[in-house]
Write a protein that binds this ligand. Structure first.
Ligand SMILES: Cc1cc2nc3c(=O)[nH]c(=O)nc-3n(C[C@H](O)[C@H](O)[C@H](O)COP(=O)(O)OP(=O)(O)OC[C@H]3O[C@@H](n4cnc5c(N)ncnc54)[C@H](O)[C@@H]3O)c2cc1C
Length: 460
């Protein structure tokens, strides 16, 4: 039963932190050795988690949060209502370039991040950064981070010449105030999942095709739903060689001023609206030989490896959006009064808030655990993507419920976060395709267990 206690220093049915039976007071009895790992001052999860990060990643997290709260959050609702306003996009890009936000997940001299980032896996820095961007706005977060996916084949190719020729100059131009962005283009009319899993690819008929020409290749075809395709200076576009299937897939760096490269339109989509999902057309685009990334016929490997490196950041997009929904719900529960008490004073509400805190914390633990490993595996990347995008939709759903009819109002952000989160279940491979990727990664292991799962054998 709930009493009628004041909530000045405690919630109903909780002891104040000053009470002798409160852990804060009771733990003071411990000797210094015990207190060193058990006693603590109250602090919010964000501060606790930041303190647990290595110094350069903690600094990246702080910098990104400060940028996102200053630049992205105030523009979140406006860009959702009226996406793709050129003036607003230019302002955000300018601020992002000035703050080093476009290349700071990469250590100098490749990017603008701290040199000490080189000691940590790229995905870890990317996930830390992306969560903060998307905790301010999922749309602007994708607007700024789709570029990291576009860059990925240039990094994954593992060729110093490519870094020197394309990546370092792009970073330099950006630091000089002229943002240079990349986008990643694999999806074609009739080939979404097919270009994200092997069996579909083996029977897929390619739409974008490269024909040999003197000194290079002529590209023809279309790509759909390309995040940031509307603002990118260059696109890592994947095409099959003329008359061949997807085994010939090759990554071409197409620059936006190349004749025959056209941006057809942006989709009007349900969420993350600040980011364009663009249809691109290649009409006899001449791409010189030195713009082939990672070698002829290596595009499939480059694609799969890039997605492996990018699915943990997608999980972090979902986490950022979920965290924002949770924050909005807690803020509402603390301020909104019902029956003379804040909503948070009701146990039903507390249970939902506790679930949201637990869910988002579990998402982050999973992402950081996998992203901090030196080797990225397909299964780990897909597990993060599937689990976190599903969990994010669940957290947004809880936030919607908690706000009641206030949740459907655009000004309260939560309905936007709900729409934003839903997209993370679809892009970079639908969650169904990512589940298949988990199984594919364990295929040899499962086949070796045909005579019995080792754990079971040991028990019997
Ligand atoms: C907002 C947004 C941003 C995007 N950004 C990019 C981008 O930057 N670059 C890019 O190249 N693409 C991008 N995409 C494309 C995206 O990756 C694809 O849309 C996505 O992979 C799904 O492909 P599809 O829509 O063609 O689905 P389809 O392949 O047509 O699948 C339809 C349904 O069938 C299911 N399905 C398909 N095959 C199987 C199977 N074998 N087993 C079980 N179920 C199956 C799918 O899960 C899905 O539910 C983006 C999409 C969106 C919505």
């Amino acid at each position: 039963m709930m009493g009628q206690a004041s909530i000045d220093d405690h919630l109903t049915d909780y002891l104040p932190a000053t009470h002798p039976l409160s852990p804060r007071q009771a733990f003071q009895c411990f000797p210094p050795l015990t207190a060193s790992f058990l006693a603590y001052q109250p602090s919010w999860i964000w501060d606790q988690d930041t303190a647990s990060l290595p110094v350069p990643l903690a600094e990246l997290r702080r910098q990104t949060r400060s940028f996102a709260e200053r630049v992205l959050a105030p523009r979140a609702l406006e860009a959702d209502r009226h996406p793709h306003d050129p003036a607003m996009e230019a302002a955000v890009l300018k601020e992002a370039a000035e703050a080093g936000m476009l290349y700071n997940h990469l250590p100098q001299p490749i990017g603008s991040g701290a040199m000490s980032l080189v000691d940590y896996p790229l995905q870890w820095a990317a996930t830390v950064k992306v969560e903060e961007l998307c905790a301010a706005c999922g749309g602007w977060g994708l607007f700024l981070s789709a570029h990291a996916l576009g860059l990925m084949p240039l990094l994954v190719a593992g060729d110093k010449k490519i870094l020197k020729r394309f990546v370092i100059p792009a970073n330099r131009r950006t630091q000089e105030g002229e943002p240079y962005l990349f986008a990643f283009a694999i999806t074609e009319p009739g080939a979404g999942s097919d270009v994200e899993e092997g069996y579909g690819a083996s029977i897929c008929k390619p739409n974008t095709v490269a024909r040999r020409a003197e000194g290079g290749w002529i590209l023809n075809g279309r790509k759909l739903f390309i995040s940031g395709g509307d603002i990118a200076n260059a696109v890592t576009a994947f095409a099959a060689l003329d008359g061949e299937d997807l085994q010939s897939w090759t990554c071409f760096l197409v620059e936006n001023q190349m004749p025959g490269f056209h941006r057809i339109r942006n989709e009007l989509k349900m969420g993350q609206r600040a980011s364009g999902a663009t249809e691109l057309e290649f009409r006899d685009v001449f791409v010189p030989d030195d713009h082939v990334i990672g070698g002829l016929r290596n595009g499939w490997a480059l694609n799969r490896a890039s997605l492996n490196c990018s699915r943990q950041p997608v999980a972090a997009i979902a986490l950022g959006i979920a965290r924002m929904a949770m924050d909005a719900a807690i803020d509402f529960a603390c301020r909104f009064r019902m029956g003379g008490r804040p909503l948070l004073d009701y146990q039903e509400i507390q249970i939902r808030v506790a679930d949201m805190i637990g869910q988002t914390s579990a998402m982050r633990s999973m992402i950081w655990q996998h992203a901090s490993r030196q080797v990225v595996t397909q299964a780990n990347a897909s597990m993060c993507k599937v689990h976190c995008s599903d969990a994010a939709v669940g957290v947004c759903q809880m936030a919607m419920e908690l706000l009641g009819n206030h949740g459907v109002l655009h000004q309260n952000h939560v309905e936007k976060q709900f729409r934003d989160a839903r997209l993370t279940q679809i892009y970079e491979g639908t969650n169904q395709i990512n589940r298949l990727a988990i199984i594919e990664d364990f295929q040899e292991t499962f086949l070796s267990w045909q005579n019995g799962y080792p754990g079971r054998r040991e028990r019997t």
